[in-house]
Design a protein around this ligand. Structure first.
Ligand SMILES: [Zn+2]
Ligand SMILES: [Zn+2]
Length: 357
């Protein structure tokens, strides 16, 4: 074992029974008091922040908040989601550091927590081993799951997903080791101090408007788990709950092509070609590929996407190809893996890799 690495023992053989989605056994929820108190404060303070934006905030504070909102979303989408949870591309240390800081802005725990929950979400979608099991309804999959103790099924399967890449990443290990000061500094202290010292905003305005930004970041991320597992169409696999809601991609910077994403979780675009104008995260990654800090960008070829849509899609024709057979797929959702590098991902033919180092 290399120095500082952590034990990440995987079950060689998964001896857990197979969970077939949609599944949710009857459960008595145990409330988590600290998150409930924190969420209540965030929301009350954030609503006051919304009032302050219109009543007395300086315009520079509003522009700065838009910047921190988008940086926070990119920390989640380009960082914890596409880079770390799914390994859809690789990043050099400066980009990893930038994304870790952007992620910390959101106060959504550490990347290690985020990526772990997310790998479980993909591996066991819409069952009790999915941390935000959408089978339990919109509220549970949106924020309800954060307000109760974790489902025992998630804990019971904790050794079924390899987290060694995350646990042994030095940037993420730093964020984990200094989690409280790092997140406090980037999510709360700097966003309050910068407006005060750079354009003489009041502490009251800066603090409360920043809390509004934090809950906006939270709800944007949560909509992918709730709305994009409830409403919309399913062009790529009609047998799974994940859906496409293109319009939500405006506020999530390209994360709501979710039916596509669950079928091809290792694709760095998380969307089919042709949607880049809604997919700012893809443009962000493309920019850093051009700079040279992002490389090994993986995408599905058009043929691979078209074949899958014909086989298991719901008939929604997004690209305009001849769709006589669309919607006649047999059973779908059979290739379940969390992303690139998962030992369950057997077939990599049709994968295209850009910007190799
Ligand atoms: Zn999902
Ligand atoms: Zn994902």
């Amino acid at each position: 074992m290399p120095p500082n690495s952590e034990e990440t023992v995987l079950c060689e053989k998964e001896d857990h029974e197979k969970l077939v989605a949609p599944q949710a056994a009857t459960r008595k929820h145990e409330l988590a008091i600290v998150p409930i108190s924190l969420f209540t404060y965030w929301h009350v303070a954030g609503l006051y922040g919304l009032y302050l934006i219109f009543a007395e905030a300086k315009w520079q504070t509003v522009v700065f908040t838009l910047f921190t909102y988008n940086a926070g979303i990119l920390g989640i989408t380009a960082g914890s989601h596409r880079l770390w949870a799914h390994k859809t591309y690789k990043a050099k240390r400066p980009l990893e550091t930038l994304l870790m800081v952007f992620h910390s802005l959101t106060s959504q725990n550490t990347v290690r927590h985020w990526a772990r929950d997310h790998r479980f979400h993909h591996k066991y979608s819409d069952t009790d081993a999915d941390p935000h099991n959408a089978t339990r309804g919109f509220f549970y999959s949106h924020v309800g799951w954060l307000l109760v103790k974790k489902h025992p099924e998630v804990l019971r399967r904790s050794k079924t997903i390899d987290m060694s890449d995350i646990y042994n990443n030095p940037v993420l290990r730093f964020q984990k080791n200094y989690g409280l000061p790092v997140i406090t500094l980037f999510a709360y202290v700097l966003p309050a101090l910068i407006p005060m010292y750079c354009w003489e905003e009041t502490l009251n305005n800066a603090w409360h408007i920043n809390l509004l930004r934090i809950i906006a970041n939270l709800h944007a991320s949560c909509l992918v788990n709730s709305a994009a597992h409830a409403f919309g169409n399913k062009p790529y696999d009609k047998h799974i709950a994940a859906t496409q809601i293109s319009t939500l991609s405006f506020i999530t910077l390209g994360e709501c092509f979710h039916n596509y994403h669950h079928v091809f979780p290792w694709d760095y675009r998380t969307a089919e070609l042709g949607n880049n104008w809604l997919n700012m995260t893809t443009l962000f990654i493309d920019f850093f590929a051009w700079v040279g800090w992002a490389y090994d960008l993986k995408t599905a070829s058009d043929g691979m996407v078209e074949a899958r849509a014909k086989r298991t899609g719901d008939g929604t024709n997004l690209w305009g190809w001849g769709d006589e057979d669309l919607g006649r797929g047999e059973k779908g959702g059979e290739e379940v893996f969390y992303g690139w590098g998962d030992r369950d991902m057997k077939d990599t033919s049709g994968v295209r890799v850009y910007s190799q180092e």
